[in-house]
Design a protein around this ligand. Structure first.
Ligand code: SF4
Ligand code: FES
Length: 217
């Protein structure tokens, strides 16, 4: 997993942007066009809005490409009490919560509150989404048609990118789609990241028969 982090310093708040995690969802540009202006260089100017507003919009970045560091004593980004996984139509899995991403050897790749995970199989920066789903015309419903067992407990969610196989979720989470469908709650699941499962977003074992590789031999 690679990073390409740019830093934009402001009076009250600094903004960092990991170019490799940005899939141009444009939440930032829509939220604060004076701060996030792709026609300007540098394209981020944290001083163009109040620190609270910058932090709030940064917290909407669904991939975790954006983060803030405050110098004004303002609140840090809060960690949601419930972990949610949203299956995007023709796109990635958006995870919001207390998330630790682990590789197949058990090494921690990152801890974050927001992350977008590849589920089409084409990202060059697995397990993160790099926007390749659009290049490969990935088509998959943003729907979850399997229920689960309600989980009362809260806590952190560990997601392991298994070698040549699915994403393994361990910890309480709610799984839903950006289309209508049944919501799933659980504390463990294997989610497809090869793009070929017939039971998406869940893994059905197809990754083995199509020779899916995650490139982390
Ligand atoms: S909200 Fe995040 S992913 Fe979307 S364009 Fe801005 S930085 Fe990129
Ligand atoms: S990862 Fe796609 S079927 Fe298992």
């Amino acid at each position: 997993m690679d990073q390409k982090i740019h830093e934009y310093e402001g009076e009250a708040v600094d903004v960092t942007w990991d170019q490799l995690r940005c899939i141009h969802a444009a939440e930032c540009v829509r939220g604060l066009p004076a701060v996030f202006d792709t026609d300007r260089r540098p394209w981020v100017d944290p001083d163009e809005a109040a620190a609270d507003a910058v932090a709030e919009v940064v917290g909407r970045c669904p991939t975790g490409a954006l983060h803030v560091e405050r110098h004004d004593g303002g609140p840090a980004e809060s960690v949601p009490e419930r972990n949610t996984v949203t299956v995007a139509t023709d796109g990635p899995l958006y995870v919001h919560g207390d998330v630790t991403l682990v590789d197949a050897d058990g090494d921690t790749l990152l801890r974050d509150t927001r992350v977008a995970l590849c589920r089409c199989g084409a990202s060059a920066n697995k397990p993160l989404c790099d926007g390749s789903h659009a290049d490969v015309d990935f088509e998959a419903a943003g729907r979850v048609e399997r229920g689960g067992d309600p989980v009362e407990e809260t806590g952190d969610l560990t997601i392991t990118g298994s070698r040549n196989g699915p994403l393994l979720l361990d910890g309480p989470f709610e799984l839903g789609g950006d289309e209508d469908g049944t919501g799933f709650e659980g504390s463990d699941a294997a989610l497809c990241r090869c793009g070929a499962s017939s039971t998406k977003p869940f893994c059905d074992g197809t990754h083995g028969s199509i020779g899916f590789t995650t490139g982390d031999e």
